[in-house]
Write a protein that binds this ligand. Structure first.
Ligand SMILES: [Zn+2]
Length: 265
């Protein structure tokens, strides 16, 4: 490979990198001790990992403030829940997760924290690695990722355009026909007609992060489907898939090699 070609490839790779937006979404947690529970370093580590995971996928230069606390919700209900609210937002506002006046709180149900029970919420002390969770564990990292998914848009009749006393135009359900999200496009089956903030735990979305329930001994990641749905509804800028970047690199190198060959006698 001659010097000219080497230099040309290096320049091409730098251009690819520089063309990527440098900003990213920022999720700012506020940890509130409640229901007799405190935010230990292990628990904070799990939440921070879930935040890093979402931030590393969404490039919009926006800040979303989220409160994390604990609640008693019994042993027949949820592992955790997201509660969003807003008030004093001027009529006509297009409401996004970061819009001023929107508040987010994620409550973890402490009634599942008893690690002597058959199943319990488990806070991974090493959330950066997977595959080490106890069989009995409901993985708090998967739970946190799921609830952040709601905060970022898996929600019905909340993030509306042209907000008014009567509601506005819902960015989420306006993409749903029956129980299908983006009919004719992404074609994602939602959980049920009365549960349009989750995807169906069957078919192509079986075991997705955003299905209604989490089984024990399982860790779930943010999926391409989750991101594609959020992008369609809210216009998020997503980080290109690694495979796309590889294709860009190969494409640049291929073009340059081809050009060099053409120059040779
Ligand atoms: Zn949910």
């Amino acid at each position: 490979m001659n010097t000219t070609l080497t230099r040309a490839i290096v320049v091409a790779l730098c251009i690819v990198w520089l063309s990527l937006p440098s900003q990213a979404m920022t999720i700012v947690p506020d940890y509130v001790n409640s229901a007799g529970q405190t935010w230990t370093s292990d628990r904070i580590g799990v939440i921070q990992q879930s935040i890093d995971d979402w931030e590393s996928n969404i490039l919009d230069d926006q800040t979303v403030n989220i409160t994390f606390d604990f609640t008693n919700a019994g042993t027949s209900g949820y592992l955790a829940t997201w509660a969003g609210s807003y008030y004093d937002i001027p009529a006509g506002t297009d409401i996004y997760p970061w819009t001023s006046g929107v508040t987010h709180t994620i409550h973890f149900n402490v009634d599942y924290f008893d690690d002597s029970s058959a199943n319990y919420t488990w806070w991974d002390p090493t959330p950066g690695t997977s595959g080490d969770q106890p069989f009995a564990a409901w993985d708090a990292l998967s739970v946190a990722r799921h609830e952040l998914g709601h905060a970022l848009g898996f929600a019905t009749n909340f993030f509306v355009d042209n907000a008014s006393m009567g509601g506005g135009i819902d960015k989420w359900t306006s993409h749903i026909t029956g129980t299908t999200f983006d009919l004719g496009g992404l074609n994602v089956s939602m959980a049920a007609a009365d549960n349009l903030s989750h995807v169906l735990d069957d078919g192509s979305t079986a075991g997705d992060l955003m299905v209604p329930a989490l089984v024990n001994n399982v860790r779930r990641d943010i999926s391409t489907t989750d991101l594609d749905m959020l992008q369609l509804a809210y216009g998020y800028q997503l980080v290109p898939e690694p495979s796309t970047l590889v294709m860009l690199f190969i494409g640049a190198v291929g073009v340059l090699v081809f050009a060099r060959r053409r120059r040779q006698p």
